[in-house]
Design a protein around this ligand. Structure first.
Ligand code: NAD
Ligand code: DAU
Length: 329
């Protein structure tokens, strides 16, 4: 069972599972919020795939779905920092209360859980700090989004220790690739250019994110499901540190525009400076390695996907830019 399987990473994960695990059946459990999209799951094998449209906060429906599965991979979350600064409540509700509901269902029916989390739970690093986040880094989240994800991780850890549930956790860095909502940095810039406007860089633009292709995140999760030790936390990252300005310049170059053809807009309040993941535990203990080691090439195929799928993003684009206009970003 895949909660949030109609979103960006969840739908890429479902596709990978159905391709690579011929004996597995997948039930996507998703409320189809503004971020979930049924068409992300178009064309999947109807014999091995089903969709339950429901909220993870609805314990009865959730219990019925969990009872019928073997493993829950829990992606469902409110995932966008800018939204969490404007309206924090859905983040508290879905990310904290919703994860509590998932944990209770797991405990009741004795199922295996993999909880998907983020590197943002560790807060941020200085731009020139040589260290990276590791599994023993102290939690220090900054935003309503990251603090609710940190809370959800703490709940999972407490349920492992107190109730001996069979669970693992992964904390991944910034994903990019097909099916990512246009509110997020990379798709926003690509679609701004495709609509004839300039990319938008927040603040000084020196902030660093550690980019990983979504397929590498998904293969990391599958590796943990196959070989991960119960009760453990694994960090997933592919050594893809880039400043936001560098990424915008690269997108402009790949789309045939001058590298300085972008706008500077208002900064995000409390904007984290830098994230960086040390994924040695996943690499050395479980033998995982990323496939997309050339960021420029991964970005090029992502740009092509948005060029080839305007009907997928056009509707969400208009609504998203209205939201950003209100924020002055
Ligand atoms: P997304 O916003 O694209 O998708 C979230 C999905 O969850 C959507 O399909 C939505 O409909 C569903 N959902 C939201 N609230 C729900 C609820 N109450 N009940 C049921 N379904 C609900 O998010 P994403 O970028 O694919 O992220 C997925 C997970 O991965 C999240 O837990 C996020 O914190 C984590 N993560 C994301 C990144 C990233 O770079 N995007 C990196 C690390 C970790
Ligand atoms: O690190 C993992 C996290 O990465 C995930 O947990 C989150 O779900 C995911 O949204 C992402 O969070 P960020 O806040 O890092 O991603 P976002 O795409 O919103 O922004 C990436 C960087 O780009 C960030 O420094 C803000 C900046 N930015 C963003 C937008 C939308 C801009 O400069 N311009 C923009 O238009």
């Amino acid at each position: 069972m895949v909660t949030g399987g109609a979103g960006f990473i969840g739908s890429n994960f479902v596709r990978m599972v159905l391709d690579e695990r011929p004996g597995w059946q997948v039930n996507v459990y998703d409320a189809l919020t503004y971020a979930g999209n049924k068409t992300n799951l178009d064309g999947l094998d109807g014999q091995r795939f089903s969709l339950t449209q429901a909220d993870i906060c609805d314990q009865r429906t959730l219990d019925a779905a969990v009872r019928n599965c073997d493993i829950v991979v829990h992606f469902a979350a409110e995932s966008h920092n800018d939204n969490s600064l404007a309206f924090p409540w859905p983040f508290v509700n879905t990310n904290i209360v919703g994860t509590f509901r998932v944990l209770e269902a797991i405990r009741r029916y004795g199922k295996r859980l993999h909880h998907i989390s983020t590197d943002e739970v560790y807060g941020d690093l200085e731009l020139d700090d040589p260290t990276k986040f590791a599994p023993d880094t102290a939690y220090n989240p900054s935003s309503p989004y990251s603090s609710t994800k940190a809370s959800s991780d703490m709940l999972v850890r407490a349920w492992i220790r107190s109730f001996s549930i069979q669970a693992t956790i992964s904390n991944c860095s910034n994903n990019y690739g097909p099916y990512q909502h246009v509110e997020k940095f990379i798709p926003r810039q690509i679609t701004e250019i495709l609509e004839g406007r300039k990319p938008k860089l927040y603040g000084h633009g020196k902030n660093i994110r550690d980019w990983i292709h979504v397929e590498d995140h998904c293969s990391g999760i599958l590796t943990i499901l196959d070989k991960g030790r119960l009760g453990e936390t694994y960090l997933i990252g592919a050594d893809g540190e880039k400043s936001n300005q560098e990424v915008i310049e690269l997108i402009l170059e790949l789309m045939g525009k001058p590298r300085d053809d972008f706008e500077r807009v208002n900064d995000r309040p409390g904007h984290d400076l830098r994230y960086a993941i040390n994924a040695d535990k996943l690499k050395h203990e479980l033998g995982w390695k990323p496939k997309y080691t050339d960021f420029k090439q991964g970005l090029k195929t992502t740009i092509e996907w948005y060029i080839n799928n305007p009907s997928w993003w056009k509707l969400q684009k208009t609504k998203t830019e209205v939201k950003y206009q209100r924020l002055g970003r």
